[in-house]
Design a protein around this ligand. Structure first.
Ligand code: BV8
Ligand code: ZN
Length: 237
C-alpha cells in the first residue's frame, strides 16, 4: 500500500478506471455479482440491441427497475475519495464503465462514461439524446417529442462505444503517470484493454478489488479489499 500511496501522491497526471464494484458499497447491485441477475435473465442477454428489438417493453422494465434502485443510492467513501483526488491533480480523468451518476454526485468533474448512462435516453426515430430522470418512467417505453420511441442511452453488447469518450480514455491511458483501476472484473472490452495501454505506456498501474482479476498479475500494485475502505487510506493527502 505504501508504494501505491507514494506513486499516486507523486504523480502529476492520474487516470482512474471504475466498474460496478465502486458502487457496491452504495448497495448498488454489481453486474455479475450474486444479485446481478434479474428475473433469471443474465445482463448479457438483456443488455443487447436484439433483446430490445424483440421486447422493448421488457428491456425497459429492467432499466426502469435499475433506475429506481439507483435513484435511492448515495455516493460512498470511494466515490468521494476519487473526487478529492481529482482536486489535487493538474491532469486527471475518471473513466467509468458505470451507468449510474454516483461519481458526478460525489463531485467528480472530469468524468467519461464509456458505456453511457441510465439517466439519458435516445430517440430511435430522430436520434435526439436527452436527460430523463423520471422514476418510475411513464409512459414505458418513454417517447420523444417527435413521437418516436426512446431507448436507454447506454452501450449494449455488440454496440460500438462512443468514439469521443473512448479516444479520451485511450489518450489518458497513454499519457498518465499513474493509472488506478477500481471495482471492475476487467472482463468487458474494449474498457478492459485500457489498463494494458497504461502498462505499455509506462504508467504505474494500481488495482483495488476484493477479488483478483485478469489484470492482477500485471498490475504494479494490487490492493485487496473494498474501494470504500481502501481509497480513503490510499488517497489521503
Ligand atoms: C464492442 C451497459 C465493438 C449496459 C455494458 C469475446 C472476447 C472479447 C470481447 C468480446 C467477446 N465477445 C464479445 C465481445 C465484446 C463485448 C465483451 O467484451 N464481452 C465480454 C462479456 C466478453 N464487448 C462489447 O460488446 C462492447 N462493444 O466491443 O463493440 C464491436 C461492435 C460490433 C461487433 C463486435 C465488436 C460493448 C461493451 C459494453 C456493454 N455494456 N453495460 C448496462 O449497464 O445495462 S457492460 C457491463 O459490464 C456494465 O457496463 C459494467 O460496467 C461492465 C463491466 O462490468 P464491471 O463494471 O467490471 O462489473 P462486474 O460486476 O463485472 O465486476 C464488479 C467488480 O467489482 C468485481 O471484480 C468485484 O470483485 C468488484 N467489487 C465488488 N465489490 C467491490 C468491488 N470492488 C471494489 N470495492 C467493492 N466494494
Ligand atoms: Zn425523436
Amino acid at each position: 500500500m505504501e508504494n501505491a500511496r507514494q506513486w499516486l501522491a507523486a504523480a502529476r497526471s492520474v487516470a482512474v478506471l471504475t466498474g460496478a464494484g465502486i458502487s457496491a458499497e452504495s448497495e448498488s447491485p454489481t453486474f455479475r455479482g450474486p444479485n446481478g441477475l434479474w428475473r433469471n435473465n443474465k445482463p448479457e442477454q438483456l443488455a443487447t440491441p436484439e433483446a430490445f428489438a424483440r421486447d422493448p417493453h421488457m428491456v425497459w422494465e429492467w432499466y426502469d427497475w435499475r433506475r429506481s434502485v439507483h435513484a435511492g443510492k448515495e455516493p460512498n467513501a470511494g466515490h468521494h475519495a476519487l473526487a478529492a483526488l481529482e482536486r489535487g491533480k493538474s491532469e486527471f480523468l475518471l473513466i467509468t464503465q458505470n451507468v449510474d451518476s454516483l461519481h458526478e454526485r460525489a463531485g467528480s468533474r472530469a468524468v467519461v462514461h464509456l458505456h453511457g448512462s441510465v439517466w439519458r435516453v435516445r430517440c430511435l426515430e430522430c436520434g435526439r439524446e436527452e436527460a430523463n430522470e423520471q422514476v418510475p418512467l411513464v409512459p414505458l417505453p418513454p417517447r420523444c417529442e417527435c413521437g418516436g420511441m426512446q431507448r436507454p442511452a447506454v452501450v449494449w453488447f455488440g454496440e460500438q462505444l462512443p468514439q469521443r469518450e473512448l479516444q479520451a480514455a485511450v489518450n489518458a491511458a497513454r499519457q498518465v503517470e499513474a493509472f488506478l483501476v477500481v471495482g471492475t472484473s476487467s472482463l468487458v472490452y474494449p474498457a478492459a484493454a485500457l489498463p494494458r495501454v497504461a502498462l505499455e505506456s509506462g504508467a504505474r498501474v494500481i488495482e483495488v478489488n476484493p477479488e483478483a482479476t485478469d489484470l492482477t498479475p500485471h498490475a504494479h500494485a494490487y490492493l485487496k479489499g473494498f474501494a470504500g475502505e481502501i481509497l480513503p487510506a490510499l488517497l489521503s493527502q
